[in-house]
Ligand binder design. Structure first.
Ligand SMILES: [Zn+2]
Length: 304
């Protein structure tokens, strides 16, 4: 079992703007009062805190995961204050997490390409074998085919690693338009040799678009975390998405992911991760694929 999308972090990895927006969203929905905003921010922060990724590790192991990809998050340019953990600090954090894990984790370095120093940070990150790819988060406010991204893609291509992108759902203060799939056609044309991992495969809005944009480009992969959020309400839709992805792309370009974040509370989502993996493998079997088949895409990207 390889989980290609997991999160564990000290809570100050995320910028203040993110916490403030989440607290204000609760406020506007009438669930809390203005004077409580500060307290709510602290509570959200505390809940997300897992600085040594101990809770994440124990959750994933309890769910039966054998290897996991730990992702950084650089939303540092979401606002103007420059809060949040700098990508070079995230690199140090990720390297330590991988080394402490005895081979359980690989790390993906997150960087906002609008940082002037982004190419240097990426170049430094890619010198470490623990760093298997680079993650960009376009909904933080940039298009994936914009010029500031290109030096990063060139470094990624040169290193043989992959670039991973958040696609699909996101809300204020993020830009949902940069969660859309169409711009990746332009990325493919600008840098045909880039290995592209479309995280969440457009979940929950743009599954067909994700498959279509991946179809014609042999090194575009879909990572399907996020689709599992519909398992309770519309399992058939999730099933159709997986079957269509495998039918069009084959098993070599579809990646399993949980998007799991334990935060300060271990254990809560373990059965859900297990159920998602079981559903994923059972659906693969219906599509004529074995467990070895469905892990091949992840093994290839982790090894290269
Ligand atoms: Zn995620």
């Amino acid at each position: 079992v390889i989980d290609f999308h997991t999160h564990g972090m000290p809570s100050d990895m995320l910028p203040d703007e993110f916490y403030l927006a989440r607290a204000r969203a609760l406020l506007s929905s009438g669930r809390t009062r203005e004077k409580d905003v500060g307290r709510i921010i602290e509570k959200i922060r505390r809940n997300g805190d897992d600085p040594k990724v101990e809770n994440l590790t124990s959750d994933l192991k309890a769910a039966g995961v054998d290897h996991a990809v730990l992702l950084g998050i650089d939303w540092g340019l979401l606002g103007d204050s420059g809060t949040g953990m700098h990508p070079s600090e995230q690199l140090a954090f990720g390297l330590e997490a991988v080394r402490d894990s005895a081979g359980f984790f690989s790390f993906v370095l997150a960087v906002d390409p609008r940082r002037p120093e982004a190419p240097q940070v990426v170049a430094e990150g890619l010198t470490h074998p623990e760093v298997i790819g680079v993650k960009l988060y376009p909904p933080a406010g940039f298009a994936p085919h914009s010029s500031e991204c290109l030096p990063i893609y060139d470094l990624v291509i040169e290193s043989g690693r992959f670039a991973m992108f958040h696609t699909g759902r996101q809300s204020y203060p993020f830009l949902l338009e940069h969660g859309r799939l169409e711009p990746y056609s332009a990325v493919q044309r600008l840098r045909p040799d880039l290995k592209i991992v479309l995280a969440h495969a457009g979940a929950p809005f743009w599954g067909e678009e994700a498959i279509e944009v991946a179809k014609g480009h042999p090194s575009t992969y879909l990572e399907v975390s996020g689709w599992h959020a519909m398992l309770d309400t519309d399992e058939e839709r999730v099933r159709r998405m997986l079957i269509a992805a495998w039918a069009t792309l084959g098993p070599d370009r579809v990646l399993f992911g949980s998007d799991h974040l334990s935060g300060a509370r271990a254990g809560v989502r373990v059965p859900a991760i297990r159920a998602w993996w079981d559903m994923f493998v059972a659906t693969a079997a219906d599509a004529g694929l074995s467990v070895d088949d469905v892990d091949r895409a992840a093994q290839g990207l982790i090894r290269s």
